[in-house]
Design a protein around this ligand. Structure first.
Ligand SMILES: [Zn+2]
Length: 292
């Protein structure tokens, strides 16, 4: 086994030691793709990361214009124009969906199922379950939180964006709120939290609360990440939002923490999305409807 791994490393032209995919590609283009995908998988912590162990071998179409490698936790796809990418990041219903100013949700998208987290606030079932656990853990640690916002329909998001634009002007509204089809709240995977009681009852003062400190430390234990971190506007397109939590599941949340990644874009190797743009980078895809 060890010898085969060593040979594969050489075959792939990789000098660094580390795990490699079990690709038995017999011709050069596939070997190069296998090497590229291996590198991407390694950047995601290889078998220790959320993708886990590879499943089967690399599959390519005859002309090698699209290849897929399966893993226990998802697939990496390779295309010449894009290079390797996490397939699920393009799927609106996946917990790994990356929605940003370059990556809108499909027209008319709505999650198939939603479950109540708190009266009037819903998330997709897996996120709702974990959100309840997070809220219980926070309360137990003396920093009880309440849900200020969960799932928003596209119509609701459009109304919210119009309101922010009226109140803040177009430029600031774009940094703090999302256009319809561009908000994580429309996926049912994101929620905004505020202290359940106490003097701070709005987002403007939240960063200085113990509650924000607790979320930064513990959200990952329940599969959530603070999606819009300080100083990441040029990558995520949004200013610091210590109250906005995004569900990605515990394995990926742990990976972001382990590698110190400041955004999903950085962690998954996607282009920064600082602003709405007329011409978009190659990895911009209107997301697909499907899930994991
Ligand atoms: Zn939010």
């Amino acid at each position: 086994m060890r010898r085969r791994r060593a040979l594969l490393v050489l075959a792939a032209g990789l000098l660094a030691a580390g795990p490699v995919l079990p690709a038995h590609a017999s011709h050069e283009p596939e070997k190069r793709v296998a090497a590229t995908i291996t590198e991407h998988w390694r950047s995601l912590r290889a078998e220790r990361g959320f993708l886990g162990e590879p499943l089967g071998e690399l599959r390519c179409d005859p002309a090698v214009t699209r290849c897929t490698q399966g893993f226990a936790g998802g697939s990496i796809v390779w295309e010449p124009a894009r290079g390797p990418y996490l397939a699920a990041a393009d799927r609106a219903a996946s917990r790994y969906a990356v929605v940003n100013k370059h990556r809108p949700l499909p027209e008319g998208y709505a999650p198939a199922r939603l479950r109540e987290v708190a009266p009037g606030h819903r998330l997709v079932p897996a996120a709702a379950r974990q959100a309840k656990a997070l809220l219980a853990a926070a309360a137990e640690d003396g920093v009880a939180l309440r849900v200020a916002s969960g799932y928003r329909s596209t119509d609701h998001q459009a109304a919210a964006f119009r309101r922010w634009t009226r109140e803040l002007g177009a430029e600031r509204a774009a940094q703090q709120s999302a256009r319809p089809r561009h908000s994580e709240h429309e996926t049912g995977l994101a929620m905004d939290l505020l202290p359940a009681s106490g003097p701070c009852q709005e987002f403007g003062c939240f960063a200085d609360t113990e509650h924000a400190g607790w979320l930064a430390e513990h959200a990952y234990e329940h599969g959530f990440v603070v999606r819009y971190q300080e100083g990441q506007e040029d990558v995520t397109g949004f200013t610091y939002e210590p109250w906005h939590l995004r569900f990605v599941g515990e394995p990926l949340a742990r990976d972001l923490r382990a590698l110190g990644s400041d955004s999903l874009e950085e962690h998954l190797g996607l282009s920064p999305a600082p602003a709405y743009a007329a011409s978009l980078p190659r990895d911009r895809q209107p997301l697909r409807w499907s899930g994991d």
